[in-house]
Write a protein that binds this ligand. Structure first.
Ligand code: SF4
Ligand code: SF4
Ligand code: SF4
Length: 318
C-alpha cells in the first residue's frame, strides 16, 4: 500500500482519476451514491478524469494530441474487467499516471460478470453475441473493434494494484472511506470478514435437507418478524454463498440479499485472499453432510470470480 505517496501530498489538493473498462457503469453509480458526503470529499479532491461524468477527450478536443493522454493523478479508480487490447492499454496508462491505483468493483478485482465469458472463450462468446437470433448481424465484426484478449482478466493480473474494493457494485460508504483515508494519509478501514459474519440469521449447525434446493423454491420466514428470527438460508437448504463471500454489503444490520430473504450469490468475491468461491463452497456444503451432487451448476458459484484462471474453457473430449 503506497500510503507514503499520499501522505507527502497534503500540501496540494488530491487529484482523482477514474476509468471504466469492461464495466456496466454500476460502479460509477455507486461512486455518485456516496451522496452528500461526496460534497465533503470534493473540498479536498479534484476529479481530473472520469469519462462517465466529464467530457475529457483522450486525444484532445479536436484530436490535436495525436495519442491518448491521461492526466497525472494521486488516486486512480478503475472499474470493469479487462477483455480487449484497448482496456489493457488504458489500464497500463492509468497505472503509469496514478500514484495509488484502486480496482473498483468485483469485475476489476475478480473478473465479475464479464469473466463469465471465460467459460466459453472469447471467440465463442463473440459468436453468441453477434450470430444468434437476437442480433441482425450475421458475422462477428472485424473492423473498428479492439482486438479481444485471450480471456477476461482481473486488473491485478495485468498491472500492480494498490487496493482492491470488491462489490457488485461496491458499497458507496467504502468508496468514500478509500478516498477519505488516502486524502488523510491513513490506511482505509474495509471489511475483512465473510458475509456470514455480518448476518443475523439463526444458525443451529443442523441442515434441514441433505440436498441443495433450487432457487425456484421460497425460503421459510415470517415477513412480519425481523430478519434475526429467520433460519439461516444455507441451513434451510439453499446455496447461500455467505460463508465464502467477502462482507461489505450489510446495511441496517444484515447483508443486502439476506435482508430481502434471498440467498447470497457471492457478488463481493471470495472472503479470503486467493480464495476459490466454488471449491470453498463445495467444502463448506459437503462438510455439513449435504450431497454436493445436488448442486446443479457448480461453475455458477464462480459467476463473480471467474478471472485468475478460475473459469476456463473445458476441452471437449474427442
Ligand atoms: S462490479 Fe458490478 S456494478 Fe461494477 S462494473 Fe462490474 S457488473 Fe457493473
Ligand atoms: S449462510 Fe447465508 S443466511 Fe446463513 S448465516 Fe451465512 S449469509 Fe446468513
Ligand atoms: S448478500 Fe451476497 S450477493 Fe447479496 S449483495 Fe451481499 S455479497 Fe452480494
Amino acid at each position: 500500500m503506497t500510503q507514503t505517496s499520499t501522505q507527502s501530498q497534503h500540501t496540494h489538493r488530491i487529484r482523482l482519476a477514474e476509468e471504466w473498462l469492461h464495466s456496466c457503469a454500476g460502479c460509477e453509480m455507486a461512486f455518485l451514491n456516496i451522496g452528500e458526503h461526496l460534497l465533503d470529499l470534493l473540498q479536498d479532491i479534484d476529479i481530473v478524469h472520469m469519462p462517465v461524468l466529464m467530457d475529457h477527450k483522450y486525444y484532445g478536443q479536436k484530436g490535436e494530441y495525436g495519442q491518448r493522454r491521461l492526466p497525472k493523478a494521486d488516486i486512480g479508480l478503475v472499474s470493469g474487467g479487462c477483455a480487449n487490447e484497448e482496456h489493457k492499454e488504458i489500464l497500463t496508462h492509468m497505472r503509469a499516471q496514478c500514484d495509488v491505483l484502486v480496482a473498483l468493483g468485483t469485475c476489476a478485482t475478480h473478473g465479475g460478470i464479464p469473466a463469465m465469458a471465460n467459460n466459453w472463450g472469447m471467440q465463442e462468446t463473440y459468436e453468441q453475441v453477434f450470430q444468434t437470433s437476437t442480433c441482425e448481424t450475421t458475422s462477428v465484426p472485424a473492423d473498428h473493434l479492439p482486438r479481444p484478449l485471450d480471456r477476461v482478466y482481473a486488473l491485478d493480473e495485468l498491472v500492480s494494484i494498490d487496493l482492491l474494493l470488491p462489490g457488485c457494485p461496491p458499497n458507496p460508504t467504502h468508496i468514500a472511506e478509500i478516498i477519505g483515508s488516502l486524502v488523510a494519509g491513513r490506511q482505509p478501514q474495509l471489511p475483512s470478514k465473510s458475509v456470514c459474519d455480518t448476518c443475523p440469521a439463526i444458525r443451529t449447525g443442523k441442515m434441514v435437507s441433505k440436498e441443495v434446493k433450487r432457487f425456484t423454491c421460497n425460503c421459510v420466514f415470517d415477513h412480519e418478524q425481523p430478519i434475526d428470527t429467520m433460519r439461516c438460508l444455507l441451513e434451510q437448504g439453499f446455496l447461500c454463498m455467505g460463508p465464502v463471500t467477502m462482507a461489505g454489503c450489510a446495511r441496517d444490520g444484515a447483508p443486502c440479499c439476506i435482508r430481502a430473504r434471498v440467498p447470497c450469490r457471492g457478488c463481493y468475491g471470495p472472503a479470503r485472499q486467493g480464495g476459490h468461491q466454488m471449491m470453498d463452497m463445495l467444502n463448506a456444503v459437503s462438510g455439513s453432510g449435504v450431497d454436493v451432487k445436488s448442486i446443479v451448476d457448480r461453475k455458477n458459484m464462480l459467476r463473480f470470480s471467474g478471472a485468475h484462471n478460475r473459469l476456463r474453457v473445458r476441452r471437449k473430449r474427442k
